[in-house]
Every structure is written in structure tokens, then in C-alpha cells.
Design a protein around this ligand. Sequence first.
Ligand code: PRT
Ligand code: ZN
Length: 289
Amino acid sequence: MEPVQTLRIAIQKSGRLTEKTITLLENIGIKFDGYKNRLLVKALNFDVELLLIRDDDIPEYVQDGICDLGVVGANVTLETQADVTVLKDLDFGHCRLSIASPVSRSISSAKELGGKRIATSYPVLTKKYFEKLGLEVKTIKISGAVEITPRLDVADAICDLVSTGSTLKTNGLRELETILHSQSQLIRTNKELPEHKTELINKFLVRIEGQLLAENSRYIMMNAPKESLARITEIIPALNSPTVLPLADPSMIAIHTVIPITKFWEVMEELKAAGATGIVMLPIQNMIN
Ligand code: PRT
Ligand code: ZN
């Protein structure tokens, strides 16, 4: 019999994604006993281990089958052009890859950058973008502090990750164009995996989906006159039919349901107008549909 191999997941060793990745794994029931300053960490309760490496290396480790899964930003996977499958967008590490140029220069569009020098940690994506515009640019690969290069006259413009935009502002740069919207993703190797690994991956995927759904949903409870039920059911963008419970006062009922968080404030006023009182909203730990 083949020895049972441990499912190996590559995650960022220390950076913006590390804590959120560990939290996600813990939320889907995988327990670890400390991961800081370690390269390989075995889970306590599953046949799973984490390989903690630089995010830039994750797509290739997964492509080559050194790791079965990885958690990494789409920006990195696309830049490395690794041959992997994206299993799931994980809804954290949101950012965008944008072209920016000095406010002091009168450049108002990326189309004006033909022949210019663009500093970036993402030369592949930058080149592709300008090729699509039919322009040739000179990319200068820089691995950190890209935003300072125009001031040093190393580059005319940059292509870098942006989240709040404050780094660009501080460095006197204006965002011209977004070339990619990115977030963290769960990626899987395209190498063939033994059945016990694919089973484990499928199990985790169901849990991750439940987790993401729960994070974006709220459990709401309210009391209402019996005759308001039809109107309230109309208002609630429920995932499922609501639970209706009798109250001590026979003319009243309690209504419980789950709604997308984005809808809560939209429907709250309408619910009140329809006669709902004592509206309570609760977070949901997890949810399996
Ligand atoms: O050591 P290692 O190579 O693993 O880490 P790293 O330094 O390369 O990456 P890290 O930890 O900085 O980022 C990891 C991932 O987080 C990135 O690949 C993105 O997918 C995601 N992410 C989300 C970001 C940002 N937001 C972000 N704002 N990565 C970098 N930034 C930087 C950006 O480069 C710029 O310097 O933050 C600055 C801009 O931020 P704002 O808020 O001022 O716009
Ligand atoms: Zn990196």
C-alpha cells in the first residue's frame, strides 16, 4: 500500500496575508499549535501541514506539486503565470494593481506612457497591459519601494499595488488606470492527487464556502403582528423561507431568518414600517447550505 501523504498547504510566512490565512484555516476546523518562526507546521487534528514561505514562491510550489494547495493573492499567481487552478476567491487581501504617474507631470492617461520607463514588481502584467494598448514601454523591475522611483528619476511612472491610495498620495503620484483587481485565493496544483487528498480538499472547500457565506450573512429576529407576515416575507431577501414562531400574545409572531449583510440596513426601515418591532441582528459562526 502507498504511504498516506499529508496534504500540504503553502501560505505566506509573514506578511499581510498570514494572520487572515491562519484564521480562515482555524475557522474551518484545522488546529495548529503555533506557526511563528516555523517553516513546516503540522495540524493537530487533520492530516494537513502548512509550508510557510514568501508569497512570491507560493504559485510555483503549488504548480510543481511541492504543495497541494496554496493561499496567495491573484496578483502573484497571475504575475508568475503558474499553471494552477483557482479553487476559491477568499474575500481578503483586496487590492488593485494600478498605473500611477507623478502629479507634477501632465500625464492624464496610461495611453500617454508609450516609450516611457515604468517601475514595477509586476513586469509581466505591466507589459501585457501596455501590449493590449498597442504601446511599448520599458519596464524596470523593482522589488520594493516602487513608489519612490519617479522622484529619483529612475522611472517616469509606476505600476504597483494600491489599497487605500495613501502611499500614492504621500509620494505625489496620481492613479491613472487599474489593470487588475486582486484578492487572496485558494489555489490547487494541477498534478494528479491521491483520493484521500482530493476528498480532504473537497471537504475543506465546503467548509470555506460555509464560512464565507456566514461572514456575509446575519441572523435576524423580530416580532410582528400576525397579519404582517406576508408583507415581511416579501421584504426579506431571505436565503431560505423564514422561521415563524408563536408568541405568548396570540396576535403576535416572531420571525427568524438569515439575510445578506449588505441588505440589512436597506430592509430595516421597511420592516419597521410593516410593523416589525424588537429587530435583532446576530453574527453567524458558520453555515452549511
Ligand atoms: O515577504 P513576502 O514576499 O511574503 O511579502 P510581500 O512583502 O511581497 O507581500 P505583502 O505581505 O506586503 O503583501 C502580500 C499580499 O497582500 C500582496 O501580494 C497582495 O495580494 C495583498 N495586498 C493587499 C497588498 C496590499 N493590499 C497593499 N496595499 N500588498 C501590498 N500592498 C502595498 C503596496 O505594494 C503599496 O506599497 O501597500 C502599499 C499601498 O497601500 P495603500 O493602502 O497606501 O494604498
Ligand atoms: Zn512577496
